[in-house]
Design a protein around this ligand. Sequence first.
Ligand code: SF4
Length: 367
Amino acid sequence: MSSIDNIQSTIVPITESGNYNLHDYDKYIVAFSGGKDSTACFLYLLDQGIPLSKIELWHHDIDGREQTLMDWEVTPAYCRAFAEAFNVPIYFSWKQGGFRREMLRENALTAPVNFECPDGSIQTTGGKTGKPNTRLRFPQVTPDLSLRWCSSYLKIDVGVKALVNQNRFNGKRTLFISGERGEESPARAKYKMWETDKADCRYRETFSKTVTHTSNGMAQTKVRRIIRGKKHRHVDRYRPILNWKEKQVWDIIKAHRVRVHPCYYLGYSRCSCKFCIFGNPDQFATSYRISPDQGNALMAYEEQFGVTMKRNTTLAACIDSGKPFVNLDDENVIVATSYTYDLPVRMSQSEHWLLPVGAYKRGCSER
Ligand code: SF4
C-alpha cells in the first residue's frame, strides 16, 4: 500500500461542519440499498452513538412490486433481514410498475409513488400532473439524470416524495444519509459531504408554479401560487463515507460481523441491479448465466425499441464478449435469486467472517 493510501485510509468523516452537527437531529434516514456502502453508513451511525430509536432504513424497490426485471430477487428480503437483525425499522418505497412501467411509458404520465409508513399503511402520491411522455428506451449510461432516468425517477424522486408526504417529518430536524463515495467516480468525488436536502422546507417563501393537469387526454395548464415553509420541515443530506476508501467500508462491516448481500459472494463488486446499465461485459455475462430469462427479456426490449442499453453494442454482444465470473457457487446463486433470505445477517463469533470475492474488484458504478 502506498503512503498516500495510508493517509487516506485514516481520514474520518466530518461529523460537524459549519452549521451541521451529526448529533443534532430528531430522525436519521439511511438510504439503504442492501449494498456495502449503505451498510457502512448505518454501522457508522451506530459507532457514532446515534440512538437506534432515531434511525430508520429506506429502501427503494427498483422493480416495484412487479416481476423482477433488473434487480436481484433477494434484495428486498435481504434488506428486511438486515433491519430485523439490527432491530431497526425499514420502510420500502417504489414507483408503481417499477422499472418496466417507466421504461414502457408511451404518451403517458409517470406512475404514482407508493411508500410504507410506520403505522403499516401504504400511501400513494403523484402520477397525476406533468406532461404525458414517451420513453421506450433503457436509461442511458451518462451522469445526466434526465437520460439516466432510473436513478432520478426510481430512487431520488421516490425518496423525496416519501419524505415530503409524511407529516411526521414536519417541524422536525431530519438527516438523510446516503453512501456515495468519491472513489467510485469523478462525478461522485464532487458531491458535498453536507448540504440542504431536496426535501427541505424550513424557510417560508412564496412563488408561482405552472402546473399541467391531464384530464380525459387533454392537457390543461394553470399557474398556482405556492407557499413553502409552512411545515417547518428541516432536512439535511449527509454523505459520511464520501472520503472513505473501500478498505474502510469492509473494515467496519467486518467489525460488526455483517454477512453482506449475496451478490458480493458471487463476485460482484457492487450491489447494484443484477443487470445494471453500468455493468461491464463480465458482469453481464455472469448475470446472464445466472438469470437467462431476465437477460432474454432485456434483449427483447432492445429489439422492440430499436435502441440498445449500451450506446455502441447490443446486450447480446456485450454478454458474448464477457467472461462469467469463475467458481460461481451454486448455493450462493440460489440465495441471490430467492425471494426469501434465511441466513443470519449478523455472524456469530464462532463463524469465520470471510471477505467476499467481489471485494476490491473493479466493476460498474453509478456515475
Ligand atoms: S443500479 Fe444501475 S440500473 Fe439499477 S437503478 Fe441504479 S443505475 Fe439504474
